[in-house]
Design a protein around this ligand. Structure first.
Ligand code: NAP
Length: 349
């Protein structure tokens, strides 16, 4: 049981990120002080929306310069904090050098952040943003899980530097966090394992995989058909709420699968069609798997990933998040329409 004092500041790593924007907003709206750790606090295009949020809320924000690859750089941001929310990690599906671009910042970054936690006597709890990617690698893995359903007991054993390197980076980072938690007894660790995150952004002009995906729904990339890809999806606002609850629920512990609903890319297009079908080239059907397999290298996908993921169903048990954290998930129709609607309104699509 760990009780966090709401009068103490909360440190958030990667505060400029898509998910972190909503976590920061939730903390500020609750009247808390946020220590926002960001790579470059001078880049106003990355921090302006957070400053505006603070102005319009009961809370306060302070920015700190920190980089995952720089040991000790999070010390200052954690000063006086009882709660640290560690979201920072590179999320890119296509990279040149997976070790340098993904694994080093995710793994060494988690180590650096937790070394700062170890040096900061006030910290009692760390909430870590892991991912369902640390639970499974490709959809075919789910077929081998008990009841063909992912649970918090399962770990990704199929990803590596050459295959699903992002998932590998998240698996390595979460494992390291558990190892460092076990090596001491001052702070506890609560891990969030969201599946694919969708929903409006606090900074809609930023880049990121979730934002890239929604842009592709509307820019014609899928006008000849959607890949037969099924995945778990969750609203970014719900994921932020789960991080907040994970921080302030004294009994919270362990991993938490965060999932609103499983759906295919075509299901998402069908949810958008009534509002946007006449103006945007949403996919109307699914491409055959062999065609995606053939075209894969041309669209930046790997044939092995296509083979092991497309056409397989996706299932995960989110009951722990509901029972332990009291999570209520928004309907996916709301999430996807709010997200697409925001992109249209902002002129991004
Ligand atoms: P995002 O918008 O790209 O945010 C990533 C954050 O990490 C940014 O603030 C980025 O800072 C920071 N970062 C990256 N490299 C860094 C470095 N070397 N030093 C310091 N900060 C660094 O991605 P997101 O979707 O919000 O992801 C946030 C977290 O959720 C990640 O841990 C990701 O693995 C996890 N997650 C995401 C999804 C999803 O579907 N989006 C699903 C499951 C889990 P800059 O702004 O300076 O680049």
């Amino acid at each position: 049981m760990t009780t966090i004092n709401k009068n103490k500041p909360v440190a958030v790593t990667g505060a400029t990120g898509y998910l972190a924007g909503w976590i920061v907003k939730k903390l500020l709206d609750e009247g808390l002080t946020v220590h926002a750790a960001v790579r470059n606090p001078d880049k106003k295009e990355k921090t302006k929306h957070l400053e505006e949020m603070a102005t319009n809320s009961k809370g306060e924000i302070k920015f700190f310069r920190a980089d995952l690859l720089s040991e000790g750089s999070y010390d200052e941001a954690m000063k006086d904090c009882e709660l640290v929310i560690h979201t920072a990690s590179p999320f890119f599906l296509n990279v040149k050098d997976p070790q340098k671009d993904l694994v080093d910042p995710a793994l060494n970054g988690t180590r650096n952040v937790l070394n700062s936690v170890n040096r900061t006597e006030s910290v009692k709890r760390v909430v870590l943003t892991s991912s369902c990617a640390a639970i499974y690698g490709d959809n075919i893995d789910i077929q081998k899980a008990p009841n063909q359903t992912l649970t918090e007991d399962i770990w990704n054993t199929t990803s590596n530097l050459k295959h699903q390197a992002y998932s590998y980076s998240k698996t390595m980072a979460e494992k390291e966090a558990w190892k460092m938690k076990e090596a001491q007894n001052r702070w506890d660790l609560v891990v969030m394992n969201p599946c694919f995150i969708l929903g409006p952004a606090t900074n809609p002009h930023a880049n990121g995989e979730s934002l890239n995906f929604i842009k592709q729904m509307g820019d014609g990339t899928m006008k000849f058909g959607a890949p037969p890809f099924h995945m778990g999806m969750v609203d970014v606002r719900d994921v932020a709420e789960a991080h907040f609850k994970g921080g302030f629920t004294p009994s919270a512990s362990g991993r938490h699968i965060l999932k609103g609903k499983e759906a295919s890319v075509l299901d998402l297009a069908n949810m958008l069609r009534p509002n946007y079908g006449d103006k945007y080239p949403l996919p109307k059907s699914e491409l055959p798997k062999f065609m995606v397999w053939l075209m894969a290298p041309m669209v930046g996908m790997k044939r092995k990933e296509v083979k092991r993921t497309l056409g397989y169903p996706w299932r995960a048990d989110n009951s722990k998040s509901i029972n332990e954290l009291g999570m209520k998930y928004r309907p996916l129709e709301t999430t996807i329409n709010d997200f697409f609607g925001q992109m249209v309104e902002e002129g991004v699509i």
